[in-house]
Design a binder for this molecule. Structure first.
Ligand code: SF4
Ligand code: MG
Length: 320
């Protein structure tokens, strides 16, 4: 349904994203995981065709959606896809909601614009969708304003707006980061159900490995604008071969899945300004050797998965 191959993105002379590849089919969830600054949101913005808005451009690779290459799609055509067949859910629901407009009309407008429904059809659809999202008394909620709702409810409304266009692909960029823990778990479960019920392809962007473990079929681990390991979730969790992936998994507090936070790896993700030579992870890597500071590692492929580490063949014994 959606396939990204070897994507590169530049802002002027700096290239904060390169060599990013993943694909996702209907009824599947792909996780894109990494710390903030790893290029996850930039990847989402590239797929949504939003790079020109922030002064970026695609320098290489392909983004193929339903057989169509999006990398040179004109903005007019992109406007139809965005919020239509490709939906976006961001961390802050208020970036998608109009504070001055009632909930009902906001969701109705999506079906009117993208599916050409009239007001009555659109409202019936809105009420139905709010119901499937387990929002109590949908008809009443339609008459409320965003500020009258909790953070979790607002995020459900944003999901409803995305669904109202009957999308094929949903990109959720840290959809639960701003919510409290119990609500986070509810929203993640909801998204997981939607993938199955509606046969959606979900791209779930997160910093939380426990969320990946709960919901994703495949995962791409990103570090400093590069994919460093990818593969089926079971393989990656059973046999992580990249020291960064191993560290991310080691950060999940066992038995406390819902409160897991990525805090356990020392140091910070390098920026394009201080981008290290060789392997981008070497300043923080416990396994680094001399070659890591000079030569960027290639992917070592094993079955369906791959890791970009000079020692991927031997480094899987114990999590770092
Ligand atoms: Fe660590 Fe070297 Fe592997 Fe990079 S290539 S992850 S620095 S061992
Ligand atoms: Mg982000």
């Amino acid at each position: 349904m959606l396939s990204v191959r070897d994507l590169g993105v530049a802002f002027g002379a700096v290239e904060p994203l390169s060599g990013v590849s993943f694909s996702v089919e209907k009824g599947e969830t792909i996780g894109i995981v990494g710390e903030s600054g790893s290029g996850k949101s930039l990847t989402a913005m590239s797929v949504m065709g939003l790079l020109p808005l922030i002064g970026g451009r695609i320098t290489g690779g392909k983004i193929v959606f339903d057989g169509q290459d999006l990398t040179d799609l004109p903005e007019r055509a992109y406007r139809k896809l965005r919020g239509g067949r490709i939906g976006l859910i961001t961390q802050n629901p208020m970036t998608s909601l109009d504070p001055l407009k009632k909930i009902g009309p906001q969701v109705d407008d999506v079906a009117r614009l993208h599916l050409g429904m009239d007001a009555t059809q659109a409202r019936a659809r809105t009420v139905e969708i709010l119901g499937t999202l387990r929002i109590p008394e949908p008809a009443l909620i339609c008459e409320r304003y965003p500020h009258q709702m909790s953070g979790g409810m607002k995020q459900r409304i944003v999901i409803a707006m995305a669904l109202a266009a009957d999308p094929d692909v949903l990109i959720a960029d840290e959809p639960t980061t701003a919510l409290d823990v119990t609500v986070q778990a509810q929203i993640i479960r909801l998204l997981d159900d939607l993938v199955k019920q509606r046969n959606l392809a979900l791209v779930l962007i997160t910093h939380d490995m426990s969320v990946v473990a709960q919901t994703c079929d495949n995962v791409v681990v990103m570090y400093a604008g590069r994919a460093v390991e990818y593969g089926p979730v079971e393989t990656i969790f059973d046999r992580p071969r990249h020291p960064y992936t191993q560290a991310l998994i080691a950060c999940i507090p066992r038995g406390l899945e819902e409160t897991a936070r990525l805090t356990g790896i020392e140091g910070t993700v390098p920026t394009v300004i201080n981008y290290p030579k060789g392997c981008p992870f070497h300043p923080r890597c416990a396994r680094a050797e001399a070659i890591c500071a000079t030569d960027p590692p290639d992917f070592s492929v094993e079955g369906d998965s791959a890791a970009a580490c000079h020692f991927a063949e031997v480094a899987h014994a114990q999590p770092a």
